[in-house]
Design a protein around this ligand. Structure first.
Ligand code: SF4
Length: 259
């Protein structure tokens, strides 16, 4: 049995503790290698420490939210409100929270938007800086009280995710603790997601039917034409593909999004 590694964000994190976390992750991956997404979710909520589910309440978020609610409707759910989201997302978040009886949805907003992006135009000049301000930093702060987080990343979404494991170590930054990151849907294909939603009669984000298979902030998301990659509408015309919400050593990385 591998002991749980405490999150000691304030006091730094030694190599020994980081090694113990790596051992724990390896142990969980070995034990759950052939298990279902639901089993992985259960393990995340019962064996991985103090864990939050990070959700964008986007196109496919309802799957993980439903899976978590069935196991423990009191699970902390962190929802980053960038203050640039579609109204439909905000309404969907409220409706879904009620419908799934989730009791601990925490709405996270950056405190410094008023000083750093007072006129809301940063996204026009520097999308990385805007995502850092409105998503990455607030999430990093919100996660500081947790041992880890659950994401909706899947292997099929990008080449960089092709080897995605159920459990990962997320490195800390500037002396903060590394965390465990859990991807219960790592092995799911688009058909699995559709089937889960249909079988459980889960409501879809209203923008999906209007051509948005991947939904982020309103200024940076456009509809997708038939045959296009589902994420083609995110930061269309730019090199940027990810919001940087998955960070390594405090730096934005291009390897993931919460969905
Ligand atoms: Fe800003 Fe666009 Fe990133 Fe939203 S997706 S935080 S508006 S750059």
């Amino acid at each position: 049995m591998v002991l749980l590694v405490p999150n000691t964000a304030a006091g730094g994190f030694g190599a020994e503790a980081a090694g113990a976390l790596a051992d724990k992750v390896a142990d969980l991956n070995a034990r759950y290698r052939h298990h279902s997404a639901t089993s992985v979710m259960k393990a995340a909520l019962t064996e991985a420490g103090h864990i939050a589910l990070v959700s964008s309440f986007g196109a496919e978020s309802v799957v993980l939210l439903h899976m978590a609610a069935v196991i423990d409707r009191h699970v902390p759910v962190l929802f980053i409100d960038t203050e640039m989201l579609f109204t439909e997302t905000l309404v969907y978040q409220t409706e879904l929270t009620e419908r799934l009886h989730l009791s601990n949805v925490q709405i996270i907003r950056a405190a410094d938007i008023g000083t750093e992006d007072p006129d809301g135009t940063l996204h026009l000049r520097d999308t990385d800086a805007c995502c850092a301000l409105r998503k990455t930093r607030p999430l990093q702060k919100a996660l500081s009280g947790y041992d880890g987080w659950i994401t909706g990343r899947k292997r099929f979404q990008a080449g960089t995710r092709a080897a995605l494991d159920f459990f990962e170590v997320e490195e800390g930054s500037d002396g903060t603790a590394p965390r465990i990151k859990i991807n219960p849907l790592a092995h799911w294909a688009p058909e699995d997601i559709r089937a889960y939603m249909e079988e459980n009669r889960l409501p879809r984000h209203p923008l999906v039917a209007r051509g948005y298979p991947s939904i982020g902030c309103a200024p940076c998301t456009s509809p997708v034409k038939p045959g296009e990659d589902p994420r083609a509408g995110r930061w269309r015309g730019q090199q940027k593909e990810e919001c940087g919400i998955h960070f390594v050593n405090g730096k934005l990385v291009r390897i993931g999004a919460s969905e």
